[in-house]
Design a protein around this ligand. Sequence first.
Ligand SMILES: [Mg+2]
Length: 131
Amino acid sequence: MDSKAPAQQTVTVEELNQIIWNHLYERDWHNNPSRGLAISLALEANELLEHYQWNDKPVGGPEAVGEELADVFIYGMQIAQQNNIDIVHHIKRKLEKAARKYPAEDFKNKTPDEVRAAWLKNKLAHKKEGL
Ligand SMILES: [Mg+2]
């Protein structure tokens, strides 16, 4: 795969955050409890899994998978909004932690056996750090 990520529509995270907020606010859904949102996120993640249940290629294709991913993302943003979480900050921090835990040079251009060994070695080495 190319080092350039597949294109998305040009919209900032803040614009997307506002679009989601507007949709919810207009329906008085912006105060839904986080517990229900977390359950809903998990249910939507399972709907995504259904598309891969018996096939490596998703049933329904990219359109169906995109709809379930959107559901998961929207619920994730709602949980962030409900709890005043800056999700961009947390995504960046999580990727920084993952980069320390799983250095690219341990994985890039390696065989599947080397990748498995590197994953296990790094996972055990960082277990105490809570990464
Ligand atoms: Mg769904």
